[in-house]
Design a protein. Structure first.
Length: 299
C-alpha cells in the first residue's frame, strides 16, 4: 500500500468505526441510524461537528462530554479502532476494491449482529440481507455458487426448525437464524458451506461447553460428566500417542476410536435428553460462531 492510500484507508476505517458504534447501539435500541443526529447520552445535546472526529475528539475532550462533563463510553473508541482494523485487514488482503469493500461490509454487519445477538438475542433482518448482497458482490465471478449457498444455508435452518417442532416439540432456531445462515451461505458459497459450518460448530462448542458443564455440575448429573471426562481423556490419549510405533497392530487405535464413538453417542444422547426435558432451555447465540467461521473463511 502506498503512503497516501494507507492514510486514506486509515481515515476511512476510523470514520467507519464511528459509524459502526452508532449502528450497533441504535440497532440494540431499535432506533433509526439517521435520526436523531448524534447526541450525548446523558444531556441529549447534539454533538458539534468536531466532536465526531474519531479518537482525536475523545482526546481533546479528555473523554468527557463538552456540555455536561459526563464521561464518554470507552466503547466508542473500541468501535473506532475495530473499524480501523477491519479496513486495514480488508484493503491489505484484497487487491480489488470491490472485494475489499464487500469484506468490510460483511465483517462489520457480522460484528453488529453478534453484538446484538449476545446482548439482546436479536438478529437484525436487514443487516443479514446486507451481508447476503455483499456476499454476492464478493462472489460476483461465481454467482451460482453464492446463490446456491444462500438457499441451502437458509433451507437447512428451516428444516431444523421444522424437525425440532415435529420431533422435539421445541423451537430450535429463531426466524432470524434463517436469514443469518442464508447470508452466511451467500458469503462462503455452496462448495464450502458445509466445511465452514463445521468450523462454526466448533466455535459454538467453545461458547456452549462452559455453560453445559457448569449446568451438569449444578444439577449433579454425574453420569454425563463422567462420560465427558472419559471422552476428553480418550481423545487426549489418542492425540499424544498418535505417532507411536506400537500402533503397528492398530488394534489399540481402533479400540480407542470405538470407545470414543461410544462415549460421544452417550454424551449426545444425554444432551438431547437435557434439551427435551429442560423447560427453560438456556439461549445460545449462533451469530458469534458464524461470524468467527466467516472471518476464518475471509482470512
Ligand atoms: Zn452531555
Amino acid at each position: 500500500m502506498s503512503g497516501f492510500w494507507l492514510f486514506l484507508v486509515c481515515l476511512m476505517g476510523l470514520c467507519w468505526g464511528s459509524f459502526l458504534s452508532v449502528l450497533v447501539m441504535r440497532t440494540l435500541k431499535e432506533e433509526s441510524i439517521l435520526y436523531p443526529q448524534s447526541h450525548c447520552t446523558s444531556c441529549n445535546k447534539p454533538l458539534l461537528w468536531w466532536h465526531k472526529i474519531p479518537i482525536i475528539s475523545f482526546l481533546i475532550l479528555k473523554g468527557k462530554c463538552y456540555f455536561c462533563n459526563a464521561p464518554i463510553s470507552i466503547q466508542y473508541i473500541i468501535f473506532e479502532i475495530t473499524g480501523l482494523v477491519i479496513w486495514l485487514f480488508s484493503f491489505n488482503k484484497y487487491v480489488s476494491i470491490y472485494d475489499a469493500l464487500a469484506v468490510v461490509i460483511i465483517l462489520s454487519m457480522f460484528l453488529s449482529i453478534s453484538y446484538s445477538d449476545i446482548k439482546d438475542k436479536k438478529i437484525s433482518t436487514y443487516q443479514t440481507i446486507i451481508i447476503a448482497f455483499a456476499g454476492l458482490l464478493f462472489n460476483r465471478f461465481d454467482l451460482m455458487n453464492s446463490i446456491l449457498g444462500g438457499i441451502v444455508g437458509a433451507g437447512l435452518v428451516y428444516l431444523f426448525i421444522y424437525l425440532g417442532l415435529k420431533l422435539l416439540k421445541k423451537e430450535t432456531f429463531g426466524e432470524g437464524d434463517i436469514y443469518l445462515l442464508g447470508a452466511f451461505g451467500a458469503v462462503v458459497g455452496f462448495n464450502k458451506l458445509f466445511l465452514f459450518l463445521i468450523y462454526a460448530l466448533f466455535a459454538e462448542l467453545f461458547f456452549v461447553l462452559p455453560k453445559y458443564i457448569s449446568n451438569l455440575i449444578k444439577t449433579g448429573n454425574e453420569k454425563t460428566l463422567k462420560y465427558l471426562i472419559y471422552f476428553s481423556l480418550a481423545c487426549l490419549f489418542l492425540y499424544v500417542f498418535r505417532n507411536m510405533s506400537f500402533w503397528g497392530s492398530n488394534l489399540i487405535f481402533i479400540g480407542c476410536l470405538i470407545y470414543i464413538l461410544y462415549l460421544a453417542c452417550q454424551i449426545v444422547q444425554d444432551l438431547f435428553y437435557a434439551i427435551k426435558t429442560q423447560e427453560n432451555q438456556s439461549y445460545c447465540p449462533i451469530a458469534p460462531a458464524l461470524a468467527l467461521a466467516c472471518l476464518f473463511f475471509l482470512m
